[in-house]
Design a protein around this ligand. Sequence first.
Ligand code: AMP
Length: 190
Amino acid sequence: MMNVILFGAPGSGKGTQSLKIAKEFDLMHISTGDVLRKEISDGTGLGQIAKDYINKGQLVPDDLIVDMLAKVLDTRKESKGVIFDGFPRTLTQAESLEKILNARKTSVSLLIDLQVVETELVSRLLERGKLSGRSDDNLETIQSRLAVYHKQTAPVTDYYKKTGKYVAIQGTGSIDEIFARIRSVLAKLS
Ligand code: AMP
């Protein structure tokens, strides 16, 4: 199985590129942010808890996210693997992912780190906010999401660097240019 983590700061293009990767390489796309937004719109208990964290730009607690992820993973049907978008976001989540995948006789193949400078992240997110209607695409929440990213999420890369499963990719340029860079890395894996 090919299990790829698409990693990067908020606004780095994970969502856009994950959809393209899923299609090209026949992978199941799991976006924990999308799953949480669906829980909120369905009015579930998890959605109600998650809403406050999301609106403040904070991370939803690890135990809730890890349980949710394991359940979603078990709905996988025919696919060559999984593209993880927005997960793992903490070291605890990275460790849990390894256990979850090992229990299913598989493992993470590669983490791709989409790199974009901070000023561009902010302008992309503000631009997206005009259309997305997302409650967290406003300047105040964007700033806390970026702070959380630097403090809690960026260290996750060390975990994968240690095992040689880390690749950094320049996340600027057109959507197709960025995808071409990702595709050439993944083509070597599949
Ligand atoms: P995203 O759509 O990936 O930008 O996620 C939107 C928000 O959902 C984040 O700011 C967090 O509040 C929450 N969220 C998404 N994925 C995770 C995760 N893996 N761990 C904790 N919180 C998450």
